[in-house]
Write a protein that binds this ligand. Sequence first.
Ligand code: NI
Length: 196
Amino acid sequence: MILPIVAYGDPVLRKKAKSITKDYPNLDTLIENMKETMYGAYGVGLAAPQVGIPIRLFLVDASSFAEDEVFTEEEQALLKDFKRTFINAEILEEEGDEWAFNEGCLSIPDVREDVFRQPNVKIKYQDENFKEHIEEFDGIIARIVQHEYDHIEGVLFTDKLSSLRKRLIKSKLTNISKGKIKVDYKMRFPLMKKRR
Ligand code: NI
């Protein structure tokens, strides 16, 4: 089932998400629905707060980036197979000189901005079977993981912009909250006026 993606301005996107245990109700169904929602919107990642649920769960499937020629062949090969479910993730370390990449977000349609992040990340998480992993990622893979991880911390990529860039996109963000935007996937807008 495709779930509506929560738009910028909804308070659920600002909560620090809570850890979950194996017995979280209907977790398998939620993960399946989130996958369907992510693929339906052509996203490379989706975090539970983006479907209105403030728990520490996010998915990444970078394969749709694999054809993109901004990436090297080596990166494309990594992206092609990069698919993970992250539960209760905690970033343990981030390292390296910050680099810029033009990011977007399914909750903030039509806004793309250069965001600076460190290139190396070490992260602890559990997979969908609650098996614990510690992995290190770098470059574009690290960035996708960092972006989704931010969602479970209540952080959006637009928070990381300069105050000038923030001012320049402010009215666009307000319009997104109000649903004054064309988008080809199902969304839920916090400030949309109800029709009587
Ligand atoms: Ni996002």
